[in-house]
Ligand binder design. Structure first.
Ligand SMILES: Cc1ncc(COP(=O)(O)O)c(C=O)c1O
Length: 356
């Protein structure tokens, strides 16, 4: 078997250089108005299309600051959201209600019903349910807009979406994102809030004072955001290829199984690829024994500098017996077809038991 050559995503060389330069330039700025902060704000405005941006020290800080401006109930998906939605709401003493989803993906009619039943102030979602399947953000936004609910989209995994469907100020009242590792804009630290509603930032003014960004992270954001579209597109393409090829492989396997007359376990493994037809930046594979499958996959899918296997059920992925292979954590340079084909064989060998 060919040796896999996988390495964990790092900030680009240009980003690290820009951060070094900003660190060397550090000096006291009267009023704390650093040019690096202004430049990073502009680069985010160019990406999301919103009018106002506040850069903070992490994605969770962005969520905390935005949530602190709400007093009423908040809706979140029943799975595939971010754990920080629940934790920050708990910290602030805000009640959350979960919207039923199809393995994380929200249906506009179900959402409308939930809004009518709960009268929430806001809905928090991630652009991709569990990083696996694109949310119908535009439809969700239309329901929220019609029913007077603020839609907060956590776009940590979708910044720079070339289709304009995700991370777009056109259909999110507020966008929050983490720029920590290994997000689409991967600076190792930081996050931001972007919105057209200046009141939200005004109402969060005091808490934002405690969650400030620093010029070095901001210099990193300005540089790294230039790569966001390319990183996202390549990751989406790799996942699309993996899902399609895995389905094909599993279909073949199913035919072989069916021909075996002694075997009464006629299982359709192609259904194990969850959300196979949706855009996503990881691969979720259902399995009867996620811990064992996860252990086996971790042994075979060795990655320099980090890991790419998540065991489910898990709120921030999928509430089902499954494992996720986090392609989003890999440097796009290692997403060539040789590595992807090797990943397919490893997943197939691990998920389809030889005894079947
Ligand atoms: C979707 C999402 N939102 C927010 C966060 C939190 O970001 P941070 O670690 O910058 O607080 C994460 C972290 O993994 C995340 O995956």
């Amino acid at each position: 078997m060919r040796q896999l050559d996988l390495f964990y995503r790092r900030p680009s060389k240009n980003t690290r250089d820009a951060m070094c330069r900003a660190a060397m330039n550090l000096k006291h700025m009267p009023g704390g108005r650093y040019e690096e902060v202004t430049a990073a704000e502009k680069s985010i405005i160019n990406t999301t299309g919103h009018d106002h941006v506040k850069i903070v020290n992490s994605g969770n800080s962005a969520i905390l600051a935005v949530m602190s401006t709400f007093k009423g109930k908040i809706l979140i998906p029943d799975q595939g959201g971010w754990t920080g939605f629940k934790k920050m709401a708990e910290f602030l003493g805000i009640e959350t209600k979960e919207v039923s989803t199809e393995l994380g993906v929200m249906d506009a009619a179900v959402l409308a019903e939930s809004i009518k039943n709960n009268s929430p102030e806001a809905l928090f979602i991630t652009s991709f349910a569990g990083y696996t399947a694109e949310q119908p953000v535009r439809e969700i936004y239309e329901v929220c807009e019609d029913l007077g609910v603020t839609l907060v989209e956590d776009a940590s995994g979708s910044l720079g979406d070339e289709t304009g469907k995700l991370a777009s100020g056109k259909h999110a009242h507020v966008i929050v994102a983490s720029t920590g590792a290994p997000k689409t804009v991967n600076v190792g630290s930081g996050g931001f809030i972007s919105t057209n509603d200046e009141k939200i930032l005004g109402n969060a003014k005091n808490i934002l004072k405690t969650l400030k960004s620093d010029p070095v992270t901001c210099a990193g954001i300005t540089e790294e955001i230039k790569n966001a579209s390319n990183v996202l597109t390549k990751t989406l393409e790799a996942c699309e290829f993996l899902k399609k090829e895995l389905k094909k492989e599993f279909d073949l396997e199913k035919d072989l199984v069916k021909k075996d007359v002694k075997n009464d376990m006629k299982k359709d493994f192609s259904k194990n690829i969850l959300h196979a037809d949706k855009r996503g930046i990881n691969i979720a594979v259902s399995t009867d024994n996620p811990k064992k499958t996860g252990y086996e996959l971790r042994k075979s899918l060795k990655v320099q500098g980090g890991g790419i296997v998540t065991v489910c059920p898990r709120y921030e992925r999928i509430m089902a017996d499954a494992v996720c292979i986090e392609i989003k954590n890999l440097d796009v340079k290692c997403l060539g077809h040789e590595n992807l084909n090797e990943i397919i064989q490893i997943i197939k060998k691990t998920v389809v038991p030889e005894t079947v």
